[in-house]
Design a protein around this ligand. Sequence first.
Ligand SMILES: [Mg+2]
Length: 180
Amino acid sequence: MIDFLRPDHYVRTVTGITPEWLRSRRIEALILDLDNTLTGWRDRDVPRAVREWMNAVQASGVRLLVLTNCRSIRRVREVEKRLGIPAIGWASKPRRRGFIRALEALACPPDRVAVVGDQTYTDILGARRAGLCSILVDRLTPNEFVLNRIGRCAQMWAIRRMGLVPREELTAEPLDGQNK
Ligand SMILES: [Mg+2]
């Protein structure tokens, strides 16, 4: 079971995913989680560093799409408008259907797409079930939904058990250690 929770890569925040690394991996699109990946939990504001990162990644030709379990259509539409990228809500991650919708919207081959998120039990497990590359990030803020806090404890246990350590940056340089 634990192997299903193992991310392909682990980096501290989305801003550590460099355009050079994406190019070296021939990744053309990112499916991004929202809460605690791009924004704080239920937050409407995207930190400036994250916005700048989004601009840089898009400028390098990588397309972005938000896939969130958030059930508020209003918030999802607001995010879409604010960020200027498509957003799909009510995704029911780790179920596959949201990822399939995202792939259809991106019109991109699955091997050219990576999923980015802060939760192993939804983002990483879902990416794996959908056959997509996964990148785990540390949560942006400590605030989260009460049930997620329970999942977070299990996640922290699993991460320790797998011996994963976040990298500050994913670069195109050859790497040693687990996050190849
Ligand atoms: Mg999240």
